[in-house]
Design a protein around this ligand. Structure first.
Ligand code: NAD
Length: 373
């Protein structure tokens, strides 16, 4: 049963808090449309809230990041709205987007500060982290969202453009993780939400952008393992949303632009990010697909494969490639050890001690990590 959209108004509740409600559902195919709106309450008695939490959202001056910042602030978080204010291709800088979003949050009764550092640099990531910790004495949530996109065939990308894309996605996520990690370890608590993309599935002109998102995927699964014993959970969102970035990629394709705008408003992704950023999130090292009103999971899987009696040759593998590639009965190992255990099990050595990496304490002679905030 689809409800009629209702008009929503912005207002703070008695405690000065405010909460954003999502608009009512629209019939399939008619999209959800609507604009940002605030009202009292929103999620019922078990609403996931962020009182006492400090959240840093990178690239929050526009698009998806702005929606995350507004949503987390609406749920009680104190938010650092970071944005260097750059173009889609990473050229140029402006303080305006970050400040505009902070103003918007404050107008609605929330608490936020602006930060305009470039997270693709180590000093930028450290300064942003310092700003949060010095201001509010803690840092609980990091949403690594800042991103740029230069979508062209490989031979049409300059070295500088390749570097810029990788520095922003892999570098920005890594720099921020390195900067916040010591604080999260000290408080034995942290939630990190990284940003991947359907580009991981590949397409023309996506190579370097997809490589960046692949790096973020690797960071997500491994940092999840590294944080597990310390109360730190690391997941990633895979969004689809109408923003300047995605709309530009459509290159004036009007029907697709209309479809994207209608079915994939950026604000819908904020619910997935808020879940992944919340203390109650059950998973770590996972990717949630936020595609309009459809929320799913994207994962790495391993097929059952084929077990040869003799050593396999290229020819014998070719002859049974269909079985090798058969995805029925696939597994989703949650770690390197689990993947190794799966292979051992398939080889009839189940129960053998799988390779278990534990590098959680520094090896003798290894340099102490740089923990400068
Ligand atoms: N829109 C989509 O459909 C989609 C799909 C998959 C992934 N993504 C990813 O989602 C994230 C947000 O994208 P968007 O669509 O909202 O794009 P957007 O261009 O609207 O916003 C990105 C923001 O990040 C900021 N930024 C870029 N580099 C920065 C840096 N080094 N330091 C600080 N801020 C920086 C920009 O100034 C901009 O305001 C990106 O990581 C993008 O790759 C988006």
């Amino acid at each position: 049963m689809w409800e009629r959209s209702e008009a929503l108004v912005a207002c703070a509740d008695a405690s000065g808090r405010f909460a954003r409600s999502l608009p009512a559902a629209a019939p399939p195919g008619q999209g959800v449309g609507g604009s940002l709106a605030f009202r009292e309450g929103g999620g019922g008695v078990d609403e996931m809230r962020f009182e006492d939490r400090v959240a840093v959202v990178t690239g929050a001056g526009r698009g998806l990041g702005r929606e995350y910042a507004l949503f987390l602030a609406a749920r009680g978080a104190r938010v650092v709205v970071n944005d260097v204010g750059t173009g889609i291709d990473g050229c140029g800088e402006s303080p305006s987007p970050a400040h505009a979003v902070v103003e918007e949050i404050r107008q609605l009764g929330g608490t936020a500060v602006a930060d305009v550092h470039d997270v693709s640099t180590t000093p930028g990531a450290r300064a942003l982290t310092r700003a949060a910790v010095e201001r509010w004495g803690r840092l609980d949530v990091l949403v690594n969202n800042a991103g740029i996109s230069i979508l062209r065939p490989l031979t049409e990308l300059s070295e500088d453009e390749c570097r810029r894309v990788l520095d922003t996605h892999v570098g920005g996520t890594l720099n921020m993780a390195r900067a916040v990690w010591p604080h999260m370890l000290a408080s034995r608590y942290g939630r990190i939400v990284n940003t991947c993309s359907d580009a991981l599935f590949g397409d023309n002109g996506l190579s370097v952008y997809a490589a960046g998102k692949g790096g973020v995927l690797g960071l997500t699964t491994s940092l999840a393992a590294e944080g597990a014993a310390h109360g730190i959970k690391v997941n990633a969102v895979v969004p689809i949303a109408a923003t300047r970035m995605s709309l530009e990629a459509l290159q004036d394709d009007e029907p697709m632009t209309a479809l994207l705008t209608d079915l994939f408003p950026a604000r819908l992704v904020a619910s997935v990010v808020a879940l992944l950023a919340h203390e109650s999130v059950p998973c770590t090292g996972e990717l949630l697909h936020a595609a309009g009103r459809r929320v799913g999971r994207i994962f790495l899987g391993a097929t059952e494969g084929v077990l040869w009696k003799e050593d396999p040759t290229p020819e014998s593998i070719r002859d049974r490639l269909c079985e090798v590639r058969e995805t029925e009965g696939f597994r989703t190992p949650s770690s390197l050890s689990a993947s190794m255990a799966f292979s051992l099990e398939q080889l009839g050595a189940g129960g053998a001690e799988p390779l278990a990496l534990d590098l959680s304490s520094p090896a003798p002679g290894r340099a102490e990590p740089d923990t400068q905030g």
